[in-house]
Design a protein around this ligand. Structure first.
Ligand code: SF4
Ligand code: SF4
Length: 63
């Protein structure tokens, strides 16, 4: 399954992205959140809020 974004190992599991996502598409997990691909609208708000720059939109990587 293609995910709309990736969260890399620099994630500190701070939880900021979970609170920010307007679609509640990010769900907590043991080490780092995971994204519900069906719910994510690729709005980019989680990328903006992440203090660790751990989130990369797949679209950005494709450019
Ligand atoms: S905001 Fe960034 S560092 Fe914090 S939990 Fe989300 S991905 Fe991890
Ligand atoms: S890109 Fe937007 S909708 Fe998708 S997980 Fe991040 S904040 Fe939520």
């Amino acid at each position: 399954m293609t995910e709309p974004l990736t969260i890399d190992s620099s994630c500190t599991a701070c939880g900021a992205c979970l609170l920010t996502c307007p679609e509640h598409a990010l769900r907590p997990a043991r080490h780092r959140p995971w994204v519900l691909a069906d719910a994510c609208t690729s709005c980019g708000e989680c990328v903006e809020i992440c203090p660790a720059d751990a989130i990369t939109m797949r679209d950005e990587r494709a450019v």
